[in-house]
Write a protein that binds this ligand. Structure first.
Ligand code: IMP
Ligand code: MG
Length: 209
């Protein structure tokens, strides 16, 4: 049996779709009172706004990489959702590969040290690389990865980020494609985690600490 509650309580909205015994389905908005998840979150960018912007980025990338040998490199784990939506909005042939880094541990602040946890499976010499990342914050991750990949002599390297927090930059790194510029607040959802959780939320939410 499906039970649907819709409560409207300004400024926080709670929409829960409960199905059988399997928990939440559909839109899951974590509310001021925790919404059962014990975290205070407000929606910053809705899933509709994300979809519209990802489509625009896909069109721009399709034009810019027309006739190029495109390899899209996703940075695990945060970029997986953005990347999977983005490549389906890119209308030219491409390959995908992944790298993984770590700089945060269980903190919401960067440790300042980027560790490579997983390297590419594919050689990139002479190819056109698009690094896809969930967010640029200090800029240390993208600056480290671009330098590492540059040493492998690709034809070109560009970077696409869903989110940019320009106020927190510690490097002069400038991404080529940016979905949204956001204020200096810790965000979750659409791939971004807090202590390994909340990546599955379909929107970008702000954690109130
Ligand atoms: P940077 O190296 O400081 O630019 O940080 C990049 C990485 O930090 C991203 O790939 C994210 O995994 C993580 N990060 C930065 N800000 C946030 C945030 O607000 N929420 C979740 N993860 C974040
Ligand atoms: Mg990341």
């Amino acid at each position: 049996m499906d039970i649907t509650f819709i409560l409207q309580q300004s400024p926080f909205k709670l929409t829960l779709h409960l199905q059988g015994e399997c928990g939440y389905r559909g839109e899951r908005v974590v509310t001021k009172n925790g919404g059962g998840l014990g975290l205070q979150v407000q929606v910053l960018i809705s899933k509709e706004e994300i979809a519209k912007r990802v489509k625009e980025l896909g069109e721009q990338i399709s034009n810019d990489f027309c006739d190029k040998d495109l390899i899209v490199v996703g940075i695990l784990k945060g970029a997986v959702i953005f990347m999977s939506d983005l490549i389906r909005e890119i209308a030219i042939p491409l390959e995908v590969d992944f790298m993984a880094t770590s700089s945060y541990g269980q903190s919401t602040k960067t440790s300042g040290v980027v560790q490579l946890l997983k390297d590419l499976d594919t050689p990139i010499e002479g190819r056109d690389v698009l690094i896809v990342e969930d967010i640029i914050d200090s800029g240390l991750t993208l600056s480290y990865l671009s330098q590492l990949l540059q040493s492998r002599k690709p034809a070109s390297i560009k970077t696409a980020v869903l989110l940019d927090k320009p106020d927190r930059r510690q490097t002069d790194f400038v991404p080529d494609y940016v979905g949204f510029s956001i204020p200096d607040q810790f965000v979750i959802g659409y791939g971004l985690d807090f202590n390994h959780k909340y990546r599955e939320l379909p929107y970008i939410g702000v954690v109130n600490e």
